[in-house]
Design a protein around this ligand. Structure first.
Ligand SMILES: [Zn+2]
Length: 180
């Protein structure tokens, strides 16, 4: 089930091919190995020239960690939103949501503010749901995730003022075991 804002998003296909952004102006859209990425955000990292490569490698690292492949995400839509929360099931305060072929996430964090890179978002967590189908977080890997941190650490982040380190917070991706 998808309860996202997709219907409100102008789904003009502004980009085609693997990881290629064509035109400025929100929402932009790009295709990454069969995943449609919709940028309903003006976060500086989403406008950076390296964004297509960054989200591709973040998805790849998450898929590798969870034991999945691009086919697990084929036909999926990933929406990055400026809204501080996304509605998800009965929750109206989620930071991310995976439902069927839809992944929606905010680029805002309640404590650190606007994320400076896509790696900081809950995308890695939501890919876990897409691969494992484990809504109750029973898999012990929900509390690990260090390998993803190691794969993605040391990158650059973007703010309105300029470049900053893309500091990773593994706690953003983690979830208590057995809690929905
Ligand atoms: Zn979860």
């Amino acid at each position: 089930m998808s309860v996202g804002r997709r219907g409100a998003v102008v789904t003009l296909l502004l980009a085609s091919g693997c990881g290629q952004v064509v035109a400025p102006g929100a929402p932009q859209q790009l295709d990454v190995h069969g995943v449609t990425v919709v940028l309903a955000t003006s976060a500086p990292f989403s406008q950076a020239p390296d964004f297509p490569a960054r989200i591709e490698s973040t998805l790849a690292a998450a898929l590798a960690y969870w034991g999945g492949g691009w086919t697990d995400l084929d036909g999926s839509t990933v929406v990055l939103s400026d809204a501080p929360h996304v509605a998800c099931g009965t929750s109206s305060s989620a930071l991310g949501c995976q439902e069927g072929r839809s992944i929606r996430l905010t680029v805002q964090d309640p404590s650190v503010g606007q994320f400076v890179c896509v790696e900081q978002t809950v995308l890695v967590h939501e890919v876990g749901h897409a691969v494992t189908g484990d809504p109750m977080h029973l898999d012990p890997r929900w509390m690990e995730l260090e390998p993803v941190e190691q794969a993605l650490e040391g990158r650059i982040g973007y703010t309105q003022e300029g470049l900053v380190p893309c500091v990773l917070y593994v706690s953003v991706w983690r979830h208590l075991i057995g809690v929905p």
